[in-house]
Design a protein around this ligand. Structure first.
Ligand code: ATP
Ligand code: MG
Length: 206
């Protein structure tokens, strides 16, 4: 190795160190200034796969820390989802739309009644100081189909206990909910196995 190479390497190392030092200072100062502590409203929307699994992952994370969580599912599942079978055993309360809304929905009145029934339970959860995390899975559709009243949902979210976290999943989330949320992620579909004729897989898709 020539002296020249060594000094070039040293130079690059110094530059890298200086860059990392600057980055560390920036991150540290952002961490220091993030002092607020309160319940978050999180929205996971978009057309890609990963919204409900993200919501359930957060519930599992919370339960792992000993927090109390509850889940409301606004779509009648064709299959019992794996998360329910796991999390109910861990003490997570589930409110599931037993009848009504599916992808090939036929009876609008019945669907609205089923949505309202789950929503009544949600209002209780959103008013319960003992529940730390509430997952409202597939709720966005209830607002896009106008099965639930936007104003009522917003009021319940605004009036919930200060430290309660809420996660809402589903495609095409209403703008007003996005505006209200603290954290919003849009899952984009790059490709999905279903497009290539692969059927939904147990443990992966439900
Ligand atoms: P997951 O529950 O796997 O996180 P998701 O909540 O993001 O999915 P939904 O729109 O709720 O997606 O759809 C539920 C089902 O549809 C799942 O079985 C999922 O694999 C499948 N799915 C999700 N995105 C797509 C897509 N872009 N094309 C086809 N099927 C999809
Ligand atoms: Mg989903």
């Amino acid at each position: 190795m020539t002296d020249n190479t060594t000094s070039n390497e040293n130079n690059a190392n110094d530059k890298h160190k200086a860059r990392m030092q600057k980055l560390k200072e920036k991150v540290d100062s952002r961490i220091d200034s993030a002092t607020d502590e309160r319940g978050l409203l999180i929205v996971i929307t978009g057309n890609g796969k990963g919204k409900s699994t993200s919501g359930f992952g957060t519930v599992a994370r919370a339960v792992g820390h000993g927090l109390n969580a509850a889940v409301a599912q606004f779509i009648k599942g064709t299959w019992a989802c794996g998360e329910r079978q796991l999390l109910e055993n861990a003490g997570v309360q589930f409110e599931v739309m037993g009848t009504g809304f599916t992808w090939n929905t036929q009876d609008k009145e019945k669907d609205i009644a089923a949505a309202k029934q789950v929503w009544e339970k949600c209002k209780g959860l959103l008013n319960d100081n003992n529940i730390d995390v509430v997952l409202l899975d597939e709720m966005t559709y209830m607002l896009s189909y106008k099965y639930l009243e936007l104003e009522e949902v917003i009021a319940a979210l605004n009036n919930r206990p200060k430290n309660q976290h809420v996660i809402i999943t589903g495609r095409a989330c209403h703008r007003a909910i996005i505006d209200l949320a603290d954290t919003v992620s849009e899952v984009q579909s790059i490709k999905h196995a279903f497009d290539n004729g692969i059927k939904a897989q147990k443990g992966i898709d439900w």
